[in-house]
Design a protein around this ligand. Structure first.
Ligand SMILES: *Cc1c(COP(=O)(O)O)cnc(C)c1O
Length: 230
């Protein structure tokens, strides 16, 4: 009861995002259930996340393994069917922890990580789906492999590391038209016969849906502006 106001506000934001996802899918001639809304809860604590779980939402994204280990085991006790997506950079010394906690990893971008994940998935007998992060804008500060290396790396992840590769993922440059990057990602998915596309954030998920996004990663539009550093 203490947090009733916060509850209503975040639940309303969630519902409003769900409505605009429905509109965007409809406009694109797609069904609403063809898009997974990942509520990105990075920097927000359990008291902010719980109302979204209570509202029935189950897909969540986090960008740090350590931060997730602090908050999610407690939440998972109450909501064991919550699905966790890792959307931030992963170091190979965190692969074991990531595999233990996350259901989907969106940021596989180099052979060393692919191998470390593959070893842990087998060791822990876990089923983890992965996305391959593509640096479509070739930005120095961003992770991800270059588009021209995508096909061979996707192939390596599937054939050598036996990962369950579901699709490509990208974060377009902020100062460019995102559509061009979404199209590039959709082309990579199509020619590699990958079923899913992880693209679109609070500012551009409608555009991403137009280009075929199946996994949109939406933070501030659901939780409000982040006040803690990422
Ligand atoms: C933080 C983050 C998001 C969500 O960003 P918003 O603009 O708050 O929707 C999506 N994807 C990645 C990789 C992120 O790090």
């Amino acid at each position: 009861m203490v947090n009733l106001k916060g509850f209503d506000v975040s639940k309303e934001r969630l519902e409003s995002v769900i409505r605009s996802v429905e509109e965007a899918t409809k406009a694109a001639g797609r069904t609403a259930d063809s898009v997974n809304l990942i509520a990105v809860s990075k920097t927000f604590d359990e008291t902010a996340i719980e109302p979204i779980l209570a509202a029935g939402h189950r897909q969540f994204g986090e960008n740090r393994v350590q931060e997730s280990q602090k908050k999610w085991p407690t939440l998972k006790k109450v909501y064991p069917d919550a699905v966790l997506h890792l959307i931030g950079p992963l170091q190979s010394n965190k692969a074991a922890d990531a595999v233990a906690l996350f259901d989907v990893i969106h940021t596989v971008d180099r052979p060393k990580i692919a191998k470390a994940l593959s070893v842990e998935i087998e060791k822990q007998n876990r089923s983890v789906e992965v996305f391959i992060q593509i640096n479509t804008g070739k930005e120095d500060q961003k992770a991800g492999i270059y588009p021209e290396d995508a096909d061979s790396f996707i192939n390596e992840c599937k054939q050598v590391h036996r990962l369950s590769v579901k699709g490509p993922m990208s974060i377009p440059p902020i100062d460019e038209d995102a559509g061009k990057h979404f199209k590039m990602l959709a082309d990579i998915a199509a020619r590699n016969e990958l079923e899913f596309l992880s693209m679109g954030m609070s500012a551009d998920y409608a555009e991403a849906i137009k280009h075929g996004a199946t996994h949109i990663r939406v933070g501030s539009a659901v939780f409000g502006a982040r006040t803690k550093p990422v």
